[in-house]
Design a protein around this ligand. Structure first.
Ligand SMILES: C[S@@+](CC[C@H](N)C(=O)[O-])C[C@H]1O[C@@H](n2cnc3c(N)ncnc32)[C@H](O)[C@@H]1O
Length: 282
């Protein structure tokens, strides 16, 4: 297992992270050291980003790149890095994202998901996942009612799809172009006793069937491409509300305006750690 770390100045960190995540969408470790931020990705040789690609992406923001062999205990490092994450407030309820190695919270007012992160994005350690879950709480149906069909575009570990089901939506459809994400979503759906349909699909090649509720925690370029593809669909796209994230704060206006052209109006904007999530609806 290789650990590839890039170090950059704190003022360039958000941009460097956004670019790094396009190369390593499965998750990035962050370590802050005063003015310097280190981002690290883990993977077997050949599966981590190539150094020239990384240097080209991060460009002038880069201070240093290092690679090191990680001992076989890397799973233990991973565990230290990922703890349980509680999202929400008392008024709208809470969602707890709990990795398999943490004990259950067993609280009645908390909707709990147990997640085996595998190598897929979506443990709750990244703000964009938390922002999407927070926005899902906003649109969750009353207890006992159904929120209707959901499609999760770029499902990663399946966290949003599973949270949607536990909050009363269904049926749920999820897709991702990364086979590790599809696998992780299937594993996590079983762990949570959640029925969902998941398949491997590349959103750049085409859209799956849409649903009244769409979740899309993707990066800006892909959100724009998805928006264009929705606009080009014949007839009504059928989307009643959409949660978008994967955006830097400064990218949110552009994305909100692009989706407004589909008849979807921004209802709520939430931000954390330089990232933004948007809820839009008819
Ligand atoms: C930021 S992660 C979000 C994961 C999860 N939905 C969450 O909120 O934690 C983006 C996901 O989109 C997937 N993705 C990126 N490009 C894609 C594409 N062209 N087609 C389908 N999935 C894609 C990545 O594999 C990754 O799992």
């Amino acid at each position: 297992m290789i650990r590839l770390a890039i170090r950059c100045r704190a003022e360039h960190a958000d941009l460097a992270l956004a670019q790094l995540m396009e190369l390593a969408p499965t998750g990035v470790e962050e370590v802050r050291d005063g003015e310097i931020v280190e981002y690290a990705v883990y993977g077997p040789p050949g599966e981590i980003p190539e150094l020239p690609d990384l240097q080209a992406a991060v460009g002038d923001d880069l201070v240093e790149v290092t690679t090191s062999e990680v001992a076989d205990d890397w799973h233990e490092r991973w565990k230290q890095f990922h703890g349980s994450v509680l999202i929400g407030d008392g008024a709208r309820g809470f969602v707890l994202l709990r990795p398999t190695w943490e004990p259950s919270g067993e609280r009645e007012d908390v909707v709990e998901l147990v997640l085996d992160p595998g190598q897929a994005f979506g443990t709750g350690s990244h703000p964009t996942t938390r922002l999407c879950v927070d926005l899902l709480l906003d649109i969750a149906p009353e207890r006992g009612e159904s929120g209707g069909e959901v499609v999760d575009l770029g499902c990663g570990s399946g966290v949003l799809a599973i949270a949607a089901h536990k909050l009363g939506f269904g049926p749920i459809y999820a897709c991702d172009f990364d086979p590790l994400s599809v696998e992780a979503t299937e594993v996590n759906a079983r762990l949570n006793d959640t029925p969902l349909a998941v398949e491997r699909a590349d959103l750049r090649e085409g859209l799956p069937s849409l649903a009244p509720t769409v979740l899309a925690n993707l990066m800006r370029p892909l959100l724009l491409e998805v928006c264009e593809k929705i606009a080009a669909l014949p007839g009504d796209h059928g989307i009643e509300r959409i949660i978008l994230s994967g955006l830097l704060v400064e990218e949110a206006d552009e994305i909100s305006a692009a989706y407004a052209a589909l008849g979807l109006t921004e209802r709520r904007r939430v931000s954390d750690g330089g990232w933004t999530g948007l809820l839009l609806s008819h």
